[in-house]
Design a protein around this ligand. Structure first.
Ligand SMILES: Cc1cc2nc3c(=O)[nH]c(=O)nc-3n(C[C@H](O)[C@H](O)[C@H](O)COP(=O)(O)OP(=O)(O)OC[C@H]3O[C@@H](n4cnc5c(N)ncnc54)[C@H](O)[C@@H]3O)c2cc1C
Ligand code: FES
Length: 343
């Protein structure tokens, strides 16, 4: 069972007609469990009678470098359950249940050139990355931000203020569908030209991500420099997971040394089980969300030994090259494995 954290909502800011920012006020005793990197997300539990429960991921739009309160921004999805429930029901003073921050859409260095592409609510992790870069890094950024019309631009004032304050390091290009039509490959490639050595961070609806990927390829940007965050809804409920280890007599068992929240523990890894299940069964507070290889909440770094991943829809080649694995999909291939969640 995931260790849910109850957190008070200190304020609700109506950013646009259909996007609400929840300003969160964790109990100081839980503060350590809310340590996060720019670009990471929380998993929020949403009450429902539906079988399977409802849990949804929301990126933190606050920056860990600024000492700001934790903030997530939820945009209503037409016909969507959780986003509308949150926007209709969560008010200042409400409490919500969340899982600790996680995810790999996080730059590892804050120098160099950043090309940021966001559409609609996809601005949330990009905003966290941008503020962190400008306030605590040395890099420069161009943000291309696509929206339906001027009224649907989330964080419009904050972005204008950042562009004024950091005019020599940051510029924003607003792409409004009402004026320019849907974002198209040619003009996007033109904006990206000259950025071949930059890293690109892309978040928005699937068609937007597709056209941006095509534009970046046309502009000559190497595939491994492009990072994507996909906004999917979770199918299962990570708040109600019970772990049962399987007994697989056909494979040799292993053991794993895991570093998590500053503590190192060695745990027996029965054959045929995924690393995440092994850690949860041992009572460790390992992070996770989808358990389907789609969200990267469970990502940790492999320091020794070998594993295979049953499924991976989220780690990019650069992450894998850096040693990141998905605990929810990892099966041991060597008798000794060492991993850390603290790097
Ligand atoms: C890492 C990550 C970060 C995210 N960050 C943010 C964020 O910062 N802000 C944000 O607003 N969102 C974010 N999301 C997206 C968010 O988690 C939800 O997916 C989003 O709010 C929609 O959820 P919902 O319950 O309202 O919609 P859902 O009920 O999941 O519906 C989504 C869509 O599917 C359709 N649908 C639902 N059920 C069916 C069905 N049975 N058959 C056919 N169609 C169906 C709905 O009509 C709707 O169009 C993030 C997602 C991820 C994975
Ligand atoms: S929990 Fe989502 S990828 Fe592992």
């Amino acid at each position: 069972m995931a260790r849910a954290i109850t957190v008070r909502v200190a304020d609700v800011v109506h950013e646009t007609a259909d996007a609400h920012t929840l300003v969160l006020d964790p109990d100081p005793a839980e503060a350590e469990r809310f340590a996060y990197a720019a670009g990471q997300f929380l998993t929020v539990h949403v009450p429902t009678d539906r079988p399977g429960g409802a849990a949804r991921c929301y990126s933190l739009c606050s920056s860990p470098a600024l000492g700001e309160p934790l903030m997530i921004t939820v945009k209503r999805t037409a016909g969507g359950y959780a986003s509308n429930w949150i926007c209709d029901n969560v008010v200042p003073g409400s409490t919500i249940e969340v899982l600790r921050p996680s995810g790999t859409f996080t730059p590892r260095a804050w120098d160099g050139r950043f090309l940021l592409f966001a559409a609609g609510s996809g601005i949330t992790p990009v905003m966290s990355i941008l503020k962190t870069l400008l306030h605590s890094g040395t890099g420069t950024a161009l943000l291309v931000y696509a929206n339906r019309d001027a009224n649907s631009v989330i964080f419009a004032d904050e972005l204008a203020s950042l562009a004024r304050t950091f005019g020599d390091r940051f510029a924003v290009v607003h792409w409004l569908e009402s004026v320019q039509g849907l974002p198209a490959r040619g003009p996007l490639a033109l904006l990206a030209s000259g950025f071949a050595g930059a890293s690109a961070w892309v978040c928005g609806p699937e068609p937007f991500m597709d056209v941006v990927s095509e534009a970046l390829a046309a502009a000559g940007m190497a595939r491994e420099k492009v990072h994507h965050e996909r906004f999917l809804s979770l199918d299962n409920d990570p708040f109600a997971v019970d772990v049962e280890l399987v007994a697989d007599a056909t494979q040799a068992a292993a053991s794993v040394e895991v570093t998590l929240d500053g503590a190192t523990t060695t745990v027996a890894w029965p054959a045929g089980n995924h690393l995440l299940d092994v850690l949860l069964a041992a009572g460790l507070d390992a992070p996770f969300s989808c358990r389907e290889g789609q969200c990267s909440a469970c990502a940790c770094k492999l320091l020794a030994g070998e594993v295979t991943l049953d499924h991976n829809e989220v780690l990019e080649q650069e992450d894998l090259d850096d040693g990141y694995i998905l605990a929810c999909q990892a099966i041991a291939q060597t008798p000794q494995v060492r991993v850390t969640y603290d790097e």
